[in-house]
Design a binder for this molecule. Sequence first.
Ligand SMILES: [Zn+2]
Ligand SMILES: [Zn+2]
Length: 350
Amino acid sequence: MLRLVYIRPGIVEWHEVPELALRGAAEALVRPIASSVCDLDLRILAGRTPFLGPFAFGHECVAEVLEVGAAVRGVHPGDRVVVPWHINCGGCDRCRTGLTAHCRTVPAGAMFGLPAGGEWGGLFDEVVRVPYADAMLHPLPHDIDPAAAVSAGDNLTLGLELLRGHLRRRPGARVLVLGGGGSVALYGAQLAAALGAGRVLYLDTDRARRAVAAGGGAETHAGPPVPSLGEFDVVFDSAFDAERLADSIALLAPEGVVESSGVYFERVELPLFRMYVQGVTFHTARANAGPHVPAVLDLIRRRRIDPARVVSETLPIADATTALAAPSLKPLFVRASLGSARAGTSARTA
Ligand SMILES: [Zn+2]
Ligand SMILES: [Zn+2]
């Protein structure tokens, strides 16, 4: 089977690797039919992270279930499923309280598509082994296009996970979105509005991304964050820009909140005295994803968000090696579904 392998900045390659098989009754084998790159992947491809190749690449996809172990109840061969970016058991104390990215049963950091916590393959691979199928996989409703849900296991769900609690506590909250990293901020702007924000202002130096945000209903501005833009209750940061992050704190109302999903490998200076005076809460985290996937799929079904608007182009997955040399904002890579191929064969013979 084929595996997409990150080699070095700008270079990914298809490698032939041994076929996978189920190793236990709780497992599933799945075939990614729609894959994309997360904002961190874009930085890996640009050579702006500490991660060195080679490693199996990619951790966002919608897949088709090929085979399940005898103990799997929640998904069946042929189902389309959202696959979360990380590996989790579903049964430990952390998984049961929603901290699935911190599962105790698997090595720390265990995930697809990065050299962390073992070798789990990547979500562009022809076949992926999912060790805890019932805990990890979420069936995709028939009326949702994989293009809309391709990031539901990572970048899309992150915004819901980080913003929902604040918007429940403060209906009508004013949300400042710091864009620049890629899709997380664009999804976040849509989610903030859908979850009840009273104002959503999307800041980004990039005109094309601002246009995507505006199409999704957000006010936009090229920035930088200056107090004349207004006062905000929540900053949702996915800028990967330490200066913008620090400057945005001056725009926060008393007891305001910063939710930072930008990944900063460098040391970042924050204006702690201003934060002390204003009573600012700062939270930075990656997604637990899984527990929040049903809520995000529900928002898609009810047309409260339109994540497919963020997709920049749709390509055959074989083209990933060329397209990822200089990736667009959110390329969608598609692979034929074996289920529909079989259905097509029987329809022709019928
Ligand atoms: Zn990611
Ligand atoms: Zn667990």
